[in-house]
Each structure stands twice: as C-alpha cells, then as structure tokens.
Design a protein around this ligand. Structure first.
Ligand code: SF4
Ligand code: MG
Length: 342
C-alpha cells in the first residue's frame, strides 16, 4: 500500500491585491508511518503553505489548490470542511511555532486539552477528558500534572507551553503530526529537550511526522527524509543522510553553510546566503535561485537564468533528487563548498 501521506503535483495559488501568487508549484512528497520528513527553506519558500494545505487550513474559498493530497488513501483536495475537520485532530494534528498564540489565554490548560479530546470523543465524560488531559501533560513531561492541569497558559514557561501544545496535538492519537517551527521561539537547551520529546513520542505513537523549519540543525537531529523548498518548489529531496552529506543543489549548500555550529560554540559556519528570497509575485526566470547563486557561472549558455531545471536524480542514486543545471554538483560541493564550512 502507499505511504500514509502522499502529496502529488500540489499547486497552491492565492489572489492578492497585486495579482495571483503561486505559493507552491508542482510539489510531490510522501511520508510513511513512523518516519519524519523535514521540510526546510526560508520564509516564503512555501513550506508552511504546503502543510496548511495538507490540513485543509488554507482559506478554501480564495485559494486554488490543484494536484492530490492523500491521507491514508483518502483524497483531501476538495474535501468538505466538515469532513476535513473530522480528519484534523483524529488523524492529523499540527503543532504551531507560537504556543502562546495557539493556546487561549483565558482558559485553563487542562480545560483546553479536555476540549480537544471531547471534540473527537463525543461520548467521553468530562471526567474522562480531564483524566486524559492530566495523562497527556504527564506524557510530555509537565511536573505535577494533576496540579498544573488547572494553570492558565501564562503560568507555564515557554518550554512548558510548547510541551502543552504537543500534548494537545497528540491527545487524539493522530497518525500524522505536523510541527511548524516547533522550537524556534525557545532557547537552545529547551529546543533540544522538545526535539527529544518529539522523537520519543513518535516512537511510542509510531506516527508520521513533518517538521517544518529553517534550521538544518533540527533536520539533522530529527529527519529521515529532507525536502528543501525554494520559491514554492522542491529543489532537493531525499534521505536526510544523503542530503546532509552529499547535497547537490547550491541553495542547500547555502543553508548548510549558514547553520551555526552549536556543539563547537562558534559561529564559524555562519556564511549567510547573499540576497533575499524572491517575490512570488514576480519570480525570477529559469532557476529561481539564480540571482543569489555563486555557482551559476559554471553552467554554460546562461541556462540558469533562462531555463527551469527539472528535478533529476542525484549522482549517487539513493532516491535523491535535485533541481540544478550543474553537471557535477557533488564534485563542486566536495571540492569547493565543504572545505569552507568544515
Ligand atoms: Fe545555481 Fe544554476 Fe544550479 Fe540554479 S541551476 S542552483 S542558478 S547552478
Ligand atoms: Mg512558516
């Protein structure tokens, strides 16, 4: 049977005051149960929009979605809001970056967890739901959960709020968990704890996980597969191990070069990618990365600025694909890029 989540040729277009913006173009990926896909890119790369589409959380009336998103074999593109709502929480849950914004400030943490549980367990009693809320707070490592269940969000630290969000995401035992920048707002120590927690829970629940991040450190820690997005398209995709050691797309090289080396406690590897992500209203011709790419001069005949590279297999196979015109990207990476960032 096919993987739990299959996205095929997904394209998402929004109307804006200045014209239509295609935020995601022809995107395909899949996630198996028990596996983690890391989606990485700068803001505006389409990484969040594509996941919102999986959850049916875009404004269905104004955005236009084509392609296919299948969750456990069910096509969700075009699914009614009521059926989508049932799927969300039951099978698919999301953890947002900003727990403070996602939790209601005026309701107790436990009440919000219980509410999430009751939405999908209409026959459960309030007492069952409260017991479940306490159990989940315990599972995510909140001390004295039977007391803290009656706290308001502002009484929790940032790390504890993020744990509460994870508890809320998992309370209905979803098969797919989407975590959008789940640790960005936290300090480094708490980040590591939250990532450990997510990994433990994933093993326990055997769920499929998508982690959306701009941080390749998070990817290295968590992801089985990696999808790199730029200007709404996949530019590199494949097994995390391959992509982290033999990346074949200069944008991925830029991301790798700009990862702060936390372990070495030095910012030596921080070589920022020059320039800014392109406007999706008027994306560059050819390879969308070409205005920022320092390797475009290695490709003859101005191909980089005139022709969109296709996704083609990486030189080492392994299910790795990349979108770049370079003839021998692995050799360029090993000879020119790696020595600079190692
Ligand atoms: Fe750089 Fe050209 Fe490859 Fe795009 S296609 S990443 S511009 S070398
Ligand atoms: Mg985002």
């Amino acid at each position: 049977s096919e993987p739990f989540l299959v996205v095929e040729d997904l394209t998402v277009t929004f109307p804006t005051e200045d014209g239509a913006v295609t935020a995601v173009t022809d995107l395909s990926y899949s996630v198996e149960m028990g596996k983690t896909l890391g989606i990485v890119g700068e803001s505006g790369s389409g990484k969040s929009v594509s996941s919102m589409a999986v959850l049916g959380l875009h404004d269905a009336k104004s955005s236009k979605i084509t392609g296919s998103i299948r969750i456990d074999g069910t096509e969700v593109v075009g699914l009614s809001e009521s059926r989508m709502r049932k799927l969300r929480g039951n099978q698919v849950a999301m953890i947002f970056q900003d727990a403070l914004a996602a939790l209601h400030p005026f309701y107790k943490i436990g009440g919000q967890l219980a509410e999430a549980y009751l939405q999908h367990h209409p026959n459960a009693s309030k007492r069952d739901a409260r017991r479940k809320a306490i159990e989940m707070l315990d599972r995510v490592g909140i001390p004295q959960p039977d007391r803290r269940v009656d706290d308001f969000p502002h009484q929790f630290s940032g790390g504890m709020r993020q744990r509460a969000m994870i508890a809320m995401g998992l309370i209905n035992d979803p098969s797919l968990l989407i975590a959008d920048e789940p640790t960005t707002a936290l300090d480094v120590t708490v980040q590591a704890q939250i990532l450990d927690l997510l990994q433990d829970l994933q093993r326990e629940f055997n769920s499929a996980v998508i982690i959306i991040t701009h941080d390749l450190g998070v990817i290295a820690e968590m992801a089985d597969d990696v999808l790199v997005m730029y200007a709404g398209r996949a530019v590199e995709y494949g097994p995390g191990k391959e992509i982290l050691t033999h990346p074949e797309m200069p944008y991925t090289w830029g991301l790798l070069s700009s990862v702060p080396d936390v372990a070495a406690d030095t910012s030596a590897r921080l070589i920022p990618i020059p320039g800014n992500p392109p406007s999706l209203l008027n994306p560059p011709t050819g390879c969308a990365f070409h205005p920022r790419c320092v390797h475009a001069d290695k490709v003859p005949a101005n191909l980089c600025s005139t022709e969109l590279p296709l996704l083609t297999p990486g030189s080492r196979g392994e299910g790795h694909v990349k979108r770049c015109h370079l003839a021998n990207p692995d050799a360029v990476y090993q000879a020119e890029v790696l020595p600079e960032i190692a």
